[in-house]
Design a protein around this ligand. Structure first.
Ligand SMILES: NC(=O)c1ccc[n+]([C@@H]2O[C@H](COP(=O)([O-])OP(=O)(O)OC[C@H]3O[C@@H](n4cnc5c(N)ncnc54)[C@H](OP(=O)(O)O)[C@@H]3O)[C@@H](O)[C@H]2O)c1
Length: 240
């Protein structure tokens, strides 16, 4: 597999959770890192914790003009990793606001598509894009109509971008439940109870850690022959 040493990797959402863990793992292999997300404090914290030379940018991925401007400032690079996502819109479907449902696509779906549009022309030969979905597209729970549908959209987008942008490789990671800041809005005891309950039902007996999923992003950047593929990393979640 190709090495990530001295490769320039742009991680949109790389200041937290899966993206930050991927940045840490890629940085440990000698990659040059560029992280971006919406909040200055998170960008500053990530840059302070990642290897020297990491650059950070504040950008709202719901805003096409900001994404275009971001890539204008970043310039040429090797791999794009998109892990940005805001709060999940869960709940009873028949009382769901369709306006809210449309907004739920903004960061995860339209942000990823916009990043691919403006990022792809800057990707060097041999480079790739790695997007993010989740197993709820295949294994929805009650109350998950909006997230499950947008995750399905991401999977179709990854396959179509692989065809469209070739020879840039485009792949997508599908995690199950992973212990990250994404669950931070839940009270700690409820969150730990959820992780324990979900984990006890999984084939691995536990929910995932961000570092375990990061390995998959690294694999998809480093290998040279896979494109348009989804890799599921879920502790067996789709099987139980
Ligand atoms: N964790 C899980 O269990 C799990 C499972 C399956 C799939 N996923 C998916 O994996 C992705 C990453 O999840 P995670 O757990 O790493 O989440 P996370 O820790 O909450 O990180 C999300 C990142 O997105 C950024 N972000 C959110 N809204 C933004 C906006 N409008 N503009 C720019 N940046 C924005 C956040 O930064 P700022 O706050 O600075 O904006 C943060 O860096 C999400 O799409 C999630 O749905 C997660």
């Amino acid at each position: 597999m190709a090495s990530l040493k001295d490769k320039r990797i742009v991680l949109l959402g790389g200041t937290s959770g899966l993206g930050f863990a991927t940045a840490q793992a890629a940085g440990a292999e000698g990659a040059q890192l560029v992280v971006a997300s919406g909040r200055q404090a998170r960008v500053d914290r990530a840059v302070s914790l990642l290897p020297a030379g990491t650059t950070g940018h504040v950008c709202d991925f719901t805003d096409e003009a900001q994404i275009k401007d971001l890539f204008g400032r970043i310039g040429a690079f090797d791999h794009l990793v998109y892990t940005a996502g805001d709060a999940l819109l869960l709940g009873d479907f028949t009382s769901t606001s369709i306006a809210d449902a449309k907004r739920a696509y903004d960061v995860r779906v339209w942000g990823a598509m916009t990043a691919a549009k403006y990022g792809a022309p800057l990707i060097r030969t041999g480079g790739s894009i790695v997007l993010t979905t989740g197993i709820a597209s295949q294994r929805p729970f009650k109350g998950w109509v909006v997230p499950s549908s947008l995750l399905g959209a991401m999977e179709g987008m990854a396959r179509a971008l692989a065809v469209e942008l070739a020879p840039i490789r485009v792949n997508i990671v599908s995690p199950g439940v992973v212990r990250t800041e994404m669950w931070g809005s839940m009270p700690e005891d409820a969150r730990e109870a959820l992780f324990a309950d979900v984990g006890s039902k999984l084939l691995t007996g536990k929910v995932g850690e961000a570092s375990e999923i990061a390995e998959t992003y690294l694999y998809l950047m480093k290998q040279t022959y896979s494109t348009g593929q989804m890799v599921t990393v879920d502790g067996g979640g789709v099987l139980v």
